[in-house]
Write a protein that binds this ligand. Sequence first.
Ligand code: RB5
Length: 156
Amino acid sequence: MQDRTVAIGVDHGGLSLKAEIIDHLEEAGLVVLDLGTHDSQSVDYPDYAYAVADAIGRKRADLGVVICGTGIGMSIALNRFRWIRAALCHDVTTSRLAREHNDANVLVLGARLIASELAKECLTVFLQTEFGAGRHAARVRKLNEPPVLDDASHAA
Ligand code: RB5
């Protein structure tokens, strides 16, 4: 786990978990890149999701942790980028499988839906689990090769 940098981004809905998650990351020996938000003022979750996507895309961070109220908005925003595989996790099993099967590089948490102790357990498992590769590798590669579906018969 040493020397890896984790970018963290939260909106006001995720702020309550941020400090504990940062402490947990630092105790695990990781470098934290804190991309906000920094106070309880209402903000737009896509802005923080995009900041984390940018940091990972530019290799300023190896992994991301993002938190909003439910985790749903952050997930939708992050997964628009081909180098991101963001997984909304509610328990240690989803956290483990997100790494083993999906090679997830961003852990998404919903601060209004998960207790802080469980959130930290999810984070520990996420950081400690390796990608399983094997049969999963081709499936993950396919995520970067979506079919062209963008024609007049599809929604705008
Ligand atoms: C903010 O109120 C809330 O909508 C946001 O944190 C998140 O849950 C969106 O998906």
